[in-house]
Design a protein around this ligand. Structure first.
Ligand code: ADP
Ligand code: GLC
Length: 483
């Protein structure tokens, strides 16, 4: 099949810049463009959240549907500002949600998530098969549990459309009571240990693992980790059994959104050839956050969900050490209230050295990456991680736990790597407080040797963190399945 005719339907619940809670949105916002450049024709199928419908540059009604969760709905076809085709499922009784698409204001799973994402996946499968919308796709590419039932619906309908599942985070499994199964309209034998059943519950993620034609995850290291009993989070055996139908393809970032030479959100632009702008960004950041303005104080940042996955409880214990050693910490994030409170208390204690912003703030995330010397990502597990890629592009050195995509994208500044000119950061392992402490100490020491540090920064800036190489790998995968 010639590359140009490969039609791919992405099925995902988030897409930057329309709606985002994390890295999934970044991937779905950027990878289609790289795939289109490589010869595919990607359409992204999204839930019709108000932000999605409002954010489309163009839109028209593609089809009217009579029964989606018992009510009428419509498919809206449109395009994003960056030229990616989108189809949104406009079903206000399911998707009239302005806040977090999965969690309510108290942080609990939203009532009705089972019907919401089951119907989304059911319509995705019909769309991919050409039952509605009149285009038949070669590949349905489902992302995470929210799209997990789509491969099951394809198989149940006997559709020839091939499906790929990308696991962005195995910890999110789409678990619901077993009674949910009765409302899904799937054949009875889909409820079983080889199907959707998971310890007497239904798992939407397991549905995709069972019924898709290929599974990818977002880094080669995480692809190995999830096949172990510890990293497999209950799915290790099933994933091991997939053999060659499971692979890891590393994420990239959107080089236009994250470009220090043109970024409109940072106070001064800069690039690998001239870092004068970065010095200005650091001073401006220190000023705006109320930190002591000092070009030689190592300024660390965090841009993250504040959860135990991200290991930030470990970092919260290091704030006195960082401040007493003359470092600074600028944190942006939100999540577990105990972690938020610990950092807020540290900022109160060391107001000129620690600044904490609780919330979600895209422009500030850019200013932190541009103005900081280093970023902490002490994740206990990390399927890929995108902030270390953004950081490297902005000359901000990642200090990371050696796990998943952090292992694949950051090269530890050990003496050999430094000598070979390939060191891009600091890794630590096992991931615990003791080793994080040692990593912070190494960062202070490396920063004190200005020449060493500058070499690491230069290596970071020289990394290719874009999507092109990985897009080629997805293309090969699609082609192999579609042939
Ligand atoms: P995850 O998806 O597990 O949260 P990633 O590193 O893959 O982790 O992606 C996180 C994305 O969300 C990055 O683009 C990061 O810049 C962004 N992000 C995380 N927290 C915030 C925040 N508080 N404000 C702005 N952007 C954030
Ligand atoms: C998930 C993972 C993160 C990954 C992102 C995009 O949210 O936690 O590591 O980078 O998905 O694939």
């Amino acid at each position: 099949m010639p590359q140009t005719s490969l039609k791919v339907l992405f099925v995902a619940s988030e897409m930057f810049p329309l709606i985002k809670t994390g890295g999934l949105a970044d991937v779905v916002g950027a990878l289609p463009r790289a795939l289109n450049a490589a010869g595919a024709k990607v359409t992204v199928f999204l839930p019709g959240f108000p932000k999605v419908l409002r954010g489309l540059e163009t839109s028209r009604t593609l089809a009217r549907l009579t029964d989606v969760g018992g009510r009428k709905a419509a498919l809206i076809k449109g395009r994003t500002a960056s030229g990616i085709d989108v189809i949104a499922l406009d079903a206000p009784h399911l998707f009239n949600i302005d806040g977090n698409p999965y969690l309510d204001d108290s942080g609990n799973d939203r009532a009705g998530n089972d019907i919401r994402y089951a119907e989304f996946s059911r319509i995705a499968a019909r769309l991919a098969s050409g039952d509605i919308g009149r285009v038949k796709y070669d590949i349905l590419h489902a992302h995470d549990w929210q799209a997990g039932l789509a491969p099951a619906y394809l198989k149940a309908a006997g559709s020839p459309v091939k499906s790929v599942l990308t696991v962005h985070n195995l910890a999110f499994q789409g678990l619901f009571p077993k009674e949910t199964f009765n409302g899904l309209g799937l054949p009875d034998d889909f409820y079983g240990p080889d199907g959707l059943e998971y310890w007497n519950k239904v798992s939407f993620l397991k549905a995709a693992i069972a019924y898709c034609d290929h599974i990818t995850t977002v880094s080669p290291s995480y692809a190995l980790e999830i096949q172990s009993d510890a990293g497999g989070m209950g799915f290790g055996g099933m994933l091991r059994a997939k053999g060659a139908a499971l692979s890891g393809i590393l994420n990239g970032i959107d080089l236009d959104v994250w470009n220090p030479e043109t970024d409109p959100d940072i106070p001064a632009n800069f690039g690998a050839e001239d870092l004068a702008g970065k010095v200005k960004c650091k001073a401006a950041l220190q000023t705006s956050l109320g930190l002591t303005v000092d070009p030689r104080a190592p300024l660390f940042c965090v841009v993250s969900r504040l959860t135990t996955q991200k290991g930030l409880d470990l970092l919260a214990d290091m704030t006195d050490y960082i401040a007493l050693t003359g470092g600074q910490l600028a944190l942006l994030g939100s999540g577990d209230s105990a972690i938020e409170d610990a950092f807020l208390a540290a900022a109160k204690k060391h107001p000129t050295q620690i600044a904490v912003t609780i919330g979600y703030n895209e422009p500030l995330a850019h200013r932190l990456q541009a103005g900081s010397d280093a970023i902490f990502i002490p994740s206990r597990f990390e399927p890929c991680g995108l902030t270390q890629l953004c950081a490297m592009r902005y000359g901000c050195v990642p200090v990371v736990g050696r796990t998943g995509g952090l292992n694949d994208t950051v090269i530890d500044a050990n003496p050999m790597a430094l000598q070979d000119g390939v060191a891009t950061g600091i890794q630590f392992y096992p991931i615990d407080g003791h080793n994080l402490y040692a990593a912070i100490k190494r960062a202070f020491d490396a920063y004190a040797e200005q020449e060493t540090w500058n070499r690491i920064v230069d290596n970071c800036l020289a990394q290719d963190v874009g999507w092109d190489a990985s897009a080629q790998k997805y293309m090969q995968l699609y082609q192999g399945l579609a042939d």
